[in-house]
Design a binder for this molecule. Sequence first.
Ligand code: DX5
Ligand code: ZN
Length: 217
Amino acid sequence: MKKISPSILSADFTTLAAELEAIESAKADYVHIDVMDGHFVPNITIGPFIVDAVRRATSLPLDVHLMIEDPEKYVEDFAKAGSDIITVHAESTKHLHRLIQQIKELGVRAGVSLNPSTPIETIEDVIEELDLVLIMSVNPGFSGQSFIPSALKKIKKARKMIDSSLSRAELEVDGGIKVGNIKAASDAGADVFVAGSAVFGSDDYAKTISAMKAEIA
Ligand code: DX5
Ligand code: ZN
């Protein structure tokens, strides 16, 4: 079953518990949490403190996307805060293999994300260690950007790489996903779809999520 992971970056934080309840009853599969530090990306967002609050407000798995420098210093805090999946950027570390092991030793599923300009070959030698591969279809930093079409080619390559290895990784796409383009990303081979503005900017979350699921069924 393909999954929808709404990004709370576009949620109303004055009523975060209600927003989480709303996506849970709208049949979201994960909660995507965008962590930005103002260094790896030009924006500052959420830390472990908020992840811990989200953990207490929903039973959905927490899909935590770290867009930070020195991720090895912080993965333990995010694991303790209740993350189910921790995804790090390949561009943010010199020792990706070691960092993946560190995340798994914390009892959390490990993901790796690639910026639009980073080739898929970057993760070829760690693919079997991964629980999730995240292809960025925008440059990370902000919600509400447009889908970069070349991401489709990279999703296809990632699909092939996963299927021709012993990897059980889910293939996730993040950035500019909406009802009108989700099918193309799904046909390219993605399993999990992050959607921020398309879900939280809509009037009816359940209607939007079910329209997305109908496109990828
Ligand atoms: C971008 C984030 C995305 C973003 C998605 O850096 O990683 O998760 O919030 O937002 P939309 O779906 O609006 O592009
Ligand atoms: Zn994200």
